[in-house]
Design a protein around this ligand. Structure first.
Ligand code: KIV
Ligand code: ZN
Length: 515
């Protein structure tokens, strides 16, 4: 059993997280998330699956160029083509890792791979030794590891280590394991694989039964020293173990689990908000650590206890996860210097032009909203960044609605690939009219699956944050936007979703990527 007490945090928000239906991100968004992950002290950033699309390749490659303190990792199936593509993508990295995987469970081998166990075993050895031609840092994963026969798993793990894998990852791919079983599986590997001391054992737990974090922590107690996780628990289906829960679980219960991570927990809230904005996945209010209610106390008894001693009902301080109260910041008369300083305080590192654009939007906001809070600035800047590379943009919008106007009408102009087009459309309500106009100017077959509005701060002058989910040919995307005008935010969120769909259309279909 491993006695080193440092837990390596491997973040896969940009790879497994992006596999969440609807969570596609563009290059700028991925770069921003990677920079926040690096700043918070993530050891390894899995930046994408380079063979999946040119966009994925470019993202891994660009992240590899700029990230200096974290290892940058690219995923590859057990084929030379995948591995070469991943190797090319991570080439500029100061520290680059290739993560290669193949399924090892009877079910996956028979039905998904249609390969005999002997062929899979050969592929394990071949893929790892081939990957070692490009980097010394190779991770091998036994996909569906938790449902793999023990003898075969031990044999593959031993072979992967012999072939040069420094990290062996045991995924609970379908989130099926229970904590005591998963711990026993890791313990079994430590007891039976003769060369296990030559590798770090990693775990990658999905959350289908809500046990992703519990299984990861149980595995640590059994000797695992790398946890694969994502911000906000994003990931395939029910997602992956949430990084914020793993980190705060270890930090808060250090008395029972004496392990440390290199994560600066005060960056957690910022990272969570950024990932939520970029993906359009709103965090549920009661989500542990980063939910809006995670530090809210509603009942009188609890509030009374809190006033007497915060420890009565709070096991973690809001400050330890970087949650301050949303402060009143700047007003209409604030200058660009104060605004730039504020952006720095909030953790944004923007170029001069981006600051200028954000400042203009801030002035527009301050004109219509009396009190501008930190959260308003975050929503405004995120909105600007989210839309910076869009092919479709809102040029102008005018809505006529109310009891006197039936049916509601929308006059809309969009800039599409640089050309401005306009039209007038009607609908059952103002949102319907505006969305019909978007469809007229940019015809498409995507189905609207979700339309959701939240207030960024309190009061009737608050910015509305709108999420729009679209589905086309089985691919879903979430668009988001914030504005004091709910209709402008709605149209921008719809357009943002369409822009993401355009990016998604370029991706290889998941079925063509099964290992
Ligand atoms: O869930 C899984 O098994 C994976 C592997 C590629 C590690 O994501
Ligand atoms: Zn996974």
């Amino acid at each position: 059993m491993n006695t080193d007490n440092k837990i390596i945090i491997f973040d896969t928000t940009l790879r497994d997280g992006e596999q969440s239906p609807g969570a596609s991100m563009n290059l700028d968004e991925k770069l921003r998330i990677a920079s926040v992950l690096e700043e918070m002290g993530v050891d390894i950033i899995e930046a994408g699956f380079p063979i999946a699309s040119d966009g994925d390749f470019e993202a891994v490659n660009e992240i590899a160029k700029v990230v200096k303190n974290s290892t940058v990792c690219g995923l590859a199936r057990a084929t030379h083509g995948d591995i070469e593509r991943a190797a090319d993508a991570i080439k500029p990295a100061e520290r680059g890792r290739i993560h290669t995987f193949i399924s090892t469970s009877p079910l996956h081998m028979e039905y998904k791979l249609q390969m005999e166990p002997d062929a899979v075993y050969e592929a394990v050895k071949d893929s790892v030794s081939f990957a070692r031609n490009f980097t010394d840092d190779v991770e091998w994963s036994a996909e569906d590891g938790s449902r793999t026969e023990h003898d075969f798993l031990c044999k593959c793990v031993e072979a992967a280590i012999d072939a040069g894998a420094g990290t062996i990852n045991i995924p609970d791919t379908v989130g099926y394991a229970l904590p005591f079983e998963f711990a026993a599986l890791i313990e079994m590997l430590f007891n039976r694989v003769p060369n296990i001391d030559k590798a770090i054992i990693s775990v990658h737990c999905h959350n289908d039964l809500g046990l992703g974090v519990a299984n990861s922590l149980a595995a640590v107690q059994a000797g695992a020293r790398q946890i694969e996780c994502t911000i906000n628990g994003l990931g395939e289906r029910a997602g992956n173990a949430a990084m914020e829960e793993v980190v705060m679980g270890l930090k808060t219960r250090h008395d029972a689990m004496p392990y440390t991570t290199g994560i600066d927990s005060t960056q957690i809230t910022k990272a969570s908000k950024l990932v939520s904005t970029v993906t359009g996945f709103t965090v549920q209010p009661n989500k542990a650590i980063v939910g809006a209610n995670a530090f809210a106390h509603e009942s009188g008894i609890h509030q009374d206890g809190m006033l007497k001693h915060a420890g009565t009902y709070e096991i973690i301080t809001p400050e330890s996860v970087g949650l301050g109260t949303s402060k009143l910041v700047l007003g209409k008369h604030s200058g660009s210097h104060a605004f730039a300083e504020k952006l720095k305080d909030l953790g944004y590192d923007l170029g001069d032009n981006a600051i200028k654009d954000a400042f203009k939007r801030f002035k527009d906001l301050a004109d219509v909203k009396k009190d501008v809070y930190d959260d308003d600035i975050v929503a405004l800047v995120d909105d600007e960044v989210v839309r910076s590379n869009d092919r479709i943009r809102l040029d102008s919008l005018q809505i006529v609605c109310g009891t006197m106007h039936r049916p509601p009408k929308a006059e809309l102009a969009l800039e599409i690939d640089g050309e401005v087009k306009s039209c007038e459309s009607s609908g059952d309500g103002p949102v319907d009219a505006a969305f019909n106009a978007v469809k007229e100017l940019f015809p498409h077959n995507a189905r609207l699956q979700l339309y959701q509005v939240h207030a960024v701060t309190e009061g009737t002058d608050a910015q509305a944050k709108v999420t729009v989910r679209l589905e086309e040919d089985g691919k879903t995307v979430n668009g988001q936007s914030a504005d004091t005008d709910t209709m402008v935010a709605s149209v921008n969120a719809y357009i943002n979703a369409l822009n993401k769909l355009l990016v998604k259309r370029e991706k290889t279909a998941p079925s063509a990527l099964s290992a």
